[in-house]
Design a protein around this ligand. Sequence first.
Ligand SMILES: C[S@@+](CC[C@H](N)C(=O)[O-])C[C@H]1O[C@@H](n2cnc3c(N)ncnc32)[C@H](O)[C@@H]1O
Length: 231
Amino acid sequence: MPDPKAVNSMFARIAGRYDLANHLLSGGVDHWWRLWLVRAVRDTQPGAVLDLATGSGDVAFALADGLPRGVEVIGMDFCQPMLDEAVSKRAANPRWTKIGFKQGDGMALPLPDAAFDALTISFGLRNMADRHQALSEMRRVLRRGGRLFVLEFSQPYFWFRPFYYAYLKFVLPLVAGRVTGDRSAYEYLGGSIESFPDRAKMSEEIRRAGFSDVRATPFTFGIVALHEARA
Ligand SMILES: C[S@@+](CC[C@H](N)C(=O)[O-])C[C@H]1O[C@@H](n2cnc3c(N)ncnc32)[C@H](O)[C@@H]1O
């Protein structure tokens, strides 16, 4: 399991170039993954949404764009330099100004019980030191029947794996190292993606944390999956 201090300082180091590296490394597909996520959230008609591990805020911004005005969106992350990026981007769009960005650790959320109708976490759960604890916290802050949306790297379709793992091992650290100046951060990223559970195992972990109606949808040859569940 990742060491929280090391994860925090790693994201602090790459915060300023995180967005650029993200868009380059995904070839821009990250935009579509976020749109699919927002569409799924919108279908559940939430009144208040927490975007956990919000990082530089792109999911929170996509939620504010895609959900009706008046829906409360809070972005939370434990890494202040990533939140600083989010806050500096917030001023660019009047629809985003009401998003609240707050510092908080996914292992012990500084939030009351049953405060949200929906919780999104995108590419964040993989970095949490104890996934069961993190998922239990997510369930605690969701109201009964509230919805969990986990967008995360997954294990791709069998035939695609050799190409993908070669990309993670050789291309990703090289390109991201040049963009962010921190090759080791992306060697960690590649390793954490390769060792992350597949859709069936992830679904089981979500169920074990007390969620029901768990389902997983693969995107882009299965390299990413959206897990949805009910608290
Ligand atoms: C790969 S980034 C994802 C950011 C954003 N959700 C996105 O999709 O671009 C992972 C984020 O998880 C945050 N994170 C990792 N562990 C955390 C924890 N225990 N509590 C809160 N945030 C955490 C990191 O600080 C980082 O901003």
